[in-house]
Design a protein around this ligand. Structure first.
Ligand code: TNX
Length: 535
């Protein structure tokens, strides 16, 4: 234990001793239910859990303390208190000396955890203290999500005259399998507001996602303000699929999303899709267009008909400005240049284009990400390929020693229909029911070596969905399964066991007002669903 940590513990213990002496209180004896930590409904399942089969009383006498010399840890403590309030209405003090505290949650830094990982954490839950230790605030934040999952949705009010949320005791040691645990939202085919994106972030956070990729541009609309090229949003931000009015993020809006994501230890990956999928940009600035036609605003769902002119210097000046402006407001390390389905671009032109854009992205200190087709160009090993369709392209990426983000459409596309009854979604890659989405091994898929895999990203293309509730229908519950594939070791994953834990997410999903698809493969533990079944 280092000196600040020791001082912190000493202070916390001293506070408790002083407070209990001052009031000369008898330690309280609560007859809490015996709960088993190993049976908790965690998703994703932690690496190691041992149970001591008693309970910690979360109630009006609980207080949170965090490492004093770290504002980041302090913020994590405040977030925990906020989340406790959402479920319980309790106002838990954070780093305050309160006379009534009886059970304490400490959040502290530790460099000697069993799992060496910057997002790793350990939770030691005793009868009157919970100690959450992590090497970084990011790890502490993931541990907070685990703790949230242990708080019962309904309080026990039979033990005392006030409500108590008993938390099962024991130890959890945990760290993620993959470093990149992502979702993608297509805000181009349909636009989603800042608040809608924030709600998606909230839901993904609970399941320990750490990356949100925003598909910001496509044939149907340009959704991010570029100050040096204002017509992109003025002219090409006003349409979307169908007849709705489109929309776009000002740079301030985008910064708000980035900041909200950062508060949730989530990285935003901006995507500007090119050289195909660029009809909207060419309507705003026709000199960009490489297929010789005068483009019109497009509200349909076809792909592969647009391209930039890859042999014009002015096109690269435009791209330089776009990458520069977006990179300046993106703290994360990535810039996604799309590169998919450029069917209107000649092969040589495509390779020339990707090579040039990679250099522009690197000039602004970002790592280039592209859909798997980019591996056909001469890209660096530092760039990343996102595998969605072509195993051959994934192989090319491996041969170039590139890292790969796993998004195989047949398994990981959130916009595929679940089954025949799905209200929304497409089915070009087949149906993806909840079991198909869960039962596969990203670490052993299409022969891609584990060392090349960064993690899974679940894309949600929005041709068929136009508001967050429809997004939720496609994303939930499947996105919960990818969270487990990304975090938990293969030996800790099992469909039969997962199914039960998933069914037990219903009370949380309903409190969050999530319009999830009540898949008939799952027994949902909810009053609402029981009613549906009876009908
Ligand atoms: C293919 S996946 C696309 C998108 C569509 C999606 C629909 C990929 C890189 N490109 O343009 O929206 O299918 O599922």
């Amino acid at each position: 234990m280092n000196i600040p940590q020791f001082r912190f513990l000493l202070l916390a213990v001293a506070t408790l001793v002083i407070l209990s002496c001052q009031q000369e209180k008898e330690p309280r004896v609560l007859n809490l239910p015996k709960t088993d930590l190993t049976q908790a409904d965690f998703i994703p399942k932690p690496v190691q859990v041992t149970a001591t089969k008693t309970a910690f009383p979360l109630d009006k006498y609980t207080a949170v303390y965090t490492l004093k010399d770290s504002t980041e840890f302090g913020e994590v403590g405040k977030l925990l208190a906020e989340k406790i309030k959402e479920i319980s209405r309790l106002d838990i003090p954070v780093n305050e000396d309160t006379p009534d505290q009886e059970s304490v949650i400490y959040i502290k830094r530790s460099d000697s955890l069993p799992m060496k990982n910057k997002e790793g954490y350990q939770l030691k839950i005793g009868k009157d203290s919970i100690i959450l230790s992590a090497a970084s605030a990011a790890g502490a934040f993931r541990g907070v999500q685990t703790l949230r999952q242990l708080i019962p949705e309904k309080a026990n009010d039979t033990i005392t005259e006030y409500p108590i949320w008993p938390i099962p005791t024991g130890t959890i040691s945990d760290a993620p399998l993959f470093a990149y645990r992502g979702a993608m939202l297509d805000v181009a085919r349909h636009f989603f507001t800042v608040d809608e994106v924030k709600k998606y972030i909230d839901l993904l956070t609970y399941y320990k996602y750490n990356t949100l990729h925003l598909h910001l541009t496509d044939d149907q609309g340009w959704r991010i303000e570029i100050k040096s090229w204002p017509k992109l949003t003025e002219v090409a931000g006003v349409t979307e699929v169908g007849d709705a009015p489109g929309g776009f993020y000002t740079q301030e809006d985008y910064k708000e999303i980035v900041a909200y994501a950062a508060k949730n230890y989530m990285t935003i990956v901006p995507e500007v899709d090119m050289p195909g999928h660029t009809n909207a940009a060419s309507v705003a600035y026709p000199f960009l267009n490489g297929n010789g036609k005068t483009p019109q605003l497009y509200k349909g769902t076809k792909v592969g008909f647009s391209t930039f002119d890859t042999r014009k210097d002015s096109v690269y000046k435009f791209i330089d400005d776009v990458v520069r402006e977006i990179s300046a407001i993106t703290p994360g390390p990535y810039f996604h240049m799309g590169g998919d389905e450029s069917h209107a671009t000649k092969k040589d032109d495509y390779i020339y284009f990707v090579n040039k854009v990679e250099k522009i992205v690197q000039k602004y200190d970002k790592t280039m990400v592209g859909w798997d087709e980019v591996a056909t160009a001469d890209v660096d090993s530092t760039s990343i390929a996102q595998f969605w369709a072509s195993a051959e392209n994934a192989e090319r990426a491996v041969a170039k020693n590139m890292k790969i983000i796993m998004s195989p459409a047949k398994k990981a596309y959130l916009d595929m229909k679940y089954d025949l009854k799905s209200e929304y979604g497409l089915n070009w890659a087949g149906y993806v029911p909840v079991d198909t989405a869960y039962i596969w091994k990203p670490e052993a898929y299409e022969g891609i070596p584990l060392k090349n895999i960064l993690g899974i990203e679940a894309p949600l293309w929005s041709e068929t969905v136009s508001d967050i509730s429809e997004v939720e229908y496609l994303a939930f519950p499947r996105a919960i399964g990818y969270a487990e594939l990304n975090w938990s070791k293969p030996e800790n994953r099992d469909w039969k066991n997962y199914k039960v834990r998933l069914g037990n997410q219903a009370p949380f999903l309903e409190r969050m007002k999530v319009n999830y698809y009540p898949s008939p493969l799952i027994e949902w533990k909810t009053e609402k669903d029981k009613k549906i079944k009876k009908d």
